[in-house]
Design a binder for this molecule. Structure first.
Ligand SMILES: *[C@@H]1O[C@H](CO)[C@@H](O)[C@H](O)[C@H]1NC(C)=O
Ligand SMILES: *[C@@H]1O[C@H](CO)[C@@H](O)[C@H](O)[C@H]1NC(C)=O
Ligand SMILES: *[C@@H]1O[C@H](CO)[C@@H](O)[C@H](O)[C@H]1NC(C)=O
Ligand SMILES: *[C@@H]1O[C@H](CO)[C@@H](O)[C@H](O)[C@H]1NC(C)=O
Ligand SMILES: *[C@@H]1O[C@H](CO)[C@@H](O)[C@H](O)[C@H]1NC(C)=O
Ligand SMILES: *[C@@H]1O[C@H](CO)[C@@H](O)[C@H](O)[C@H]1NC(C)=O
Ligand SMILES: *[C@@H]1O[C@H](CO)[C@@H](O)[C@H](O)[C@H]1NC(C)=O
Ligand SMILES: *[C@@H]1O[C@H](CO)[C@@H](O)[C@H](O)[C@H]1NC(C)=O
Ligand SMILES: *[C@@H]1O[C@H](CO)[C@@H](O)[C@H](O)[C@H]1NC(C)=O
Ligand SMILES: *[C@@H]1O[C@H](CO)[C@@H](O)[C@H](O)[C@H]1NC(C)=O
Length: 660
């Protein structure tokens, strides 16, 4: 457990924080994409999610990791493999209070970039898991309607609440919105039942959630980080694991007594601990056997660090963390290992009960993350390594949190609502990690992963092997070193079978490789995955741009194969003779956003337009287009079955619009 720092600002704040989203809209400066990053950084006063600060890359470690080494592999499964994993392993957790910005403003105005971002993951991993919840689920209350016709509204800030959580009012249109998203992209949902008040339970989310989402609903989290309740005065002092287990039982019983909630068996999720209580403390009060019938999965919620002092008391407050000093904590293999190690007993226990094990909310640091760290290419490598480590440690799903614009770690952030309607989304470094994990596991649901402890377990050059359907299929190779000279790129030479393995030589004649790279570990604008990018801040509509590059490496005649990994960089090596489709994603279903309007709903779309269109929608494709928006598409819009939309728009149109 992390040490407890005690500091006092307006009040004494407990130090074990997590999942705290800052809800107050921060002022936006004159930040535009035409400003150079360095110029903007010096005077940047805008929201964290768009902070252009770039840190100094740590020097090449001394001693430097060996840059040529051998790795023996076995084609047949080896001891120590994880349980089978699916391509949806890495998903997203979206704070309830920001879904109107991130998912859509209502059930008929979806955010097209969000659809595209989900579609990219779906194409690689089959489906996507998204949780709507967080601290804001605890005070969320369902209303039949809201006065202004909105689907969601925040009540005034509760200023004496250290989690700064506003009460949230919403209508069932939120659930229709999720259902409409799932009709277009293969997204399944986690929701949360409020547990702030066990004497006046609010089960509305379960009632409308089950009715509207049906089998798109994976389950309901009951209790968001209950180990922090007493710290935040949400429960009396002394509230412990047995008290939580009892509260969980109260909700369970109430759901079973509610005729509007037909399914309770296998639908509840807990205990979602944040690190204040150890998991074993909750297992010790028989949480699992007592609620087994109702449990869908066991869950945890964890951030390896926090930036709370700076967040609440300013960057110059005593004890505030300077981003540069923590950067290197994210740039080696031990970070993910240390986090995962704390749950190994628990993931083994979950297997004995045949329950999934979910990291329901995580990211680089709570209280917003760290400027220049959480949004850097280093964080992309960190999250990718951490995600694969959780999979190797027998978690079954992990969800990267999306907070508001006040956080640095978002996988994706929509532009501020009052900014130019020509601005696009900002895609965070860790989004690329999700793409790479989805490809690493693929769509079979039968991928097992092992940490190779590669290069004599050097912490800067970790590697994993992935077996798919019982056959060695892919390698995931990292280089955390940042070295512009090129001297720290490494070459791993591997052999499948042969040697002392007892297997026949099995190295293929050639392999295919995709790289996740950026010019530097601190870069956050020029990240590419297999040659494609989601662009610099304010540039994305959620579609990858550029030509996909899959390298072919011809192996050696002596049963070895040499793979280079740049410094910094990540390589996903495809070994098996899988079909070309499994490696190339040039036909990802996308949704168009190139017709822009001057309204706040710029890149949102009525899903029924997509669903019912006969393919001749043309300029009327986007609901609410203004005359400016009715610029004709420069390419054909073609509809395939199952809402598949293949949009061929000359990239020129996009760049012309972005260039304004
Ligand atoms: C969604 O919002 C749009 C734009 O504000 C509005 O026209 C539409 O009626 C809303 N849909 C629903 C279902 O409330
Ligand atoms: C729980 O949240 C609801 C909605 O914000 C609020 O009305 C209620 O007073 C809260 N209960 C407690 C015990 O804090
Ligand atoms: C989208 O949501 C609306 C409710 O506003 C509903 O009437 C409609 O059927 C939904 N469309 C789809 C495709 O689910
Ligand atoms: C926790 O449970 C114990 C045993 O039922 C009870 O005595 C105690 O009051 C509870 N504490 C809190 C803070 O709920
Ligand atoms: C923090 O200190 C620096 C250097 O002294 C100063 O330039 C900056 O304005 C201070 N920031 C705040 C928020 O006080
Ligand atoms: C590696 O990462 C760990 C965990 O974040 C950190 O404690 C350690 O200082 C890092 N090691 C180096 C040499 O930077
Ligand atoms: C994951 O589960 C498998 C199957 O039970 C087990 O063999 C393996 O040791 C576990 N991995 C870890 C890191 O505990
Ligand atoms: C956006 O809103 C903020 C806060 O209300 C305001 O300070 C800023 O000037 C607005 N920007 C634009 C471009 O309208
Ligand atoms: C993988 O699992 C998902 C979710 O359970 C399921 O929908 C899908 O059909 C499975 N895929 C295969 C190939 O079995
Ligand atoms: C990042 O890419 C842009 C073009 O998209 C280019 O102008 C810029 O030089 C690149 N920066 C680095 C550090 O490579």
């Amino acid at each position: 457990m992390r040490p407890i720092h005690v500091f006092c600002a307006l009040q004494c704040l407990p130090a074990v924080w997590s999942s705290i989203t800052v809800y107050n809209q921060q002022p936006f400066g004159d930040m535009t994409k035409t400003q150079s990053a360095s110029a903007a950084a010096a005077s940047y006063t805008g929201a964290a999610a768009f902070d252009p600060v770039v840190l100094v890359a740590p020097p090449v470690p001394n001693p430097a990791p060996p840059t040529n080494f051998f790795q023996q592999l076995s084609s047949a499964p080896v001891p120590g493999l994880s349980i089978p994993q699916a391509g949806y392993f890495f998903g997203f957790s979206v704070e309830f209070s920001v879904i109107n910005q991130v998912l859509g403003s209502n059930s008929t105005r979806l955010q097209v970039p969000f659809l595209n971002l989900m579609s990219n993951v779906q194409a690689r991993g089959g489906s996507v898991r998204v949780r709507v919840g967080g601290n804001t689920q605890e005070t969320a209350t369902l209303f039949a309607s809201l006065p202004d016709g909105k689907m969601m509204e925040k009540q005034a800030q509760v200023t004496d609440d250290p989690t700064h959580t506003p009460a949230l009012l919403y209508t069932d249109d939120v659930l229709y919105m999720l259902a409409n998203i799932s009709a277009l992209v293969n997204v399944n949902w986690y929701l949360g039942i409020p547990l702030n008040d066990t004497s006046h339970l609010r089960l509305g989310i379960a009632e409308v959630g089950e009715a509207i989402l049906g089998d798109r609903l994976i389950g309901f989290q009951v209790g968001n980080e209950p180990d922090q309740y007493a710290l935040h005065d949400h429960r009396p002092p002394g509230y412990g694991p047995a008290n939580f287990s009892s509260d969980f039982g109260i909700v369970d019983a109430a759901l079973r007594a509610d005729p509007s909630v037909p399914v309770v068996n296998g639908k509840l999720i807990g205990p979602s601990l944040s690190g204040v209580w150890q998991p074993q403390e909750v297992w010790d009060v028989d949480f699992i056997p007592d609620h087994l019938q109702s449990l869908a999965e066991l869950s945890m919620s964890f951030y390896p660090d926090n930036n709370c002092i700076a967040e609440f008391s300013g960057p110059n407050a005593t004890g505030a963390i300077n981003s540069q000093t923590v950067f290197s904590n994210y740039l080696n293999h031990t970070s993910g290992q240390h986090i995962a190690a704390n749950y190994l007993t628990s993931t083994a226990l979950a297997q004995t009960y045949n329950l999934g094990f979910l990291m329901i909310e995580t990211n680089s640091a709570s209280c917003g993350g760290f400027a220049g760290v959480s949004d850097s290419f280093g964080s992309a490598l960190w999250a990718l390594d951490y995600g694969l480590q959780l999979a190797y440690s027998n978690f079954t799903t992990a969800l990267l949190h999306v907070g508001g614009q006040g956080v640095y770690y978002n996988p994706f952030t929509p532009p501020p609502t009052n900014m130019s309607s020509f601005e696009g989304w900002t895609i965070g470094a860790v989004y690329y990690s999700v793409l790479a994990v989805a490809e690493a596991f693929g769509t079979s649901n039968k991928s097992q992963i092992i940490d190779l402890q590669m290069n004599t377990n050097n912490i800067y050059t970790p590697g994993y092997a992935i077996y798919d359907g019982g056959v060695l299929a892919r390698l995931a190779l990292f280089n955390y070193v940042s070295d512009p000279t090129g001297a720290s790129a490494y070459t791993v030479s591997f052999a499948i079978g042969g040697g002392t393995t007892g297997e026949a030589n099995g190295t293929p004649a050639q392999v295919k490789v995709k790289y996740l790279v950026a010019p530097s570990i601190s870069d956050h604008e020029n990240i590419t995955w297999a040659g494609q990018t989601l662009g610099s801040p304010f540039q994305s509509d959620g579609r990858l741009t550029g030509t996909e590059q899959v390298e072919t490496v011809t192996c050696n005649s002596d049963n070895t194969c040499d793979i280079q990994v740049p410094a910094p960089g990540f390589a996903l090596v495809f070994l098996a003779d899988v079909s070309a489709d499994a490696e190339s994603y040039t036909d990802v279903k996308t949704f168009p956003t190139t017709i822009l309007t001057n309204t706040q709903d710029t890149i949102s779309i009525n899903p029924s337009v997509l669903a019912t269109s006969n393919g001749n929608a043309g300029a009327n494709f986007i609901e609410g287009s203004t005359s400016q928006g009715k610029k004709p598409l420069s390419g054909a819009v073609r509809f395939l079955p199952h809402f598949t939309v293949v949009l061929c728009i000359a990239l020129g149109v996009v760049s012309v619009l972005w260039g304004q």
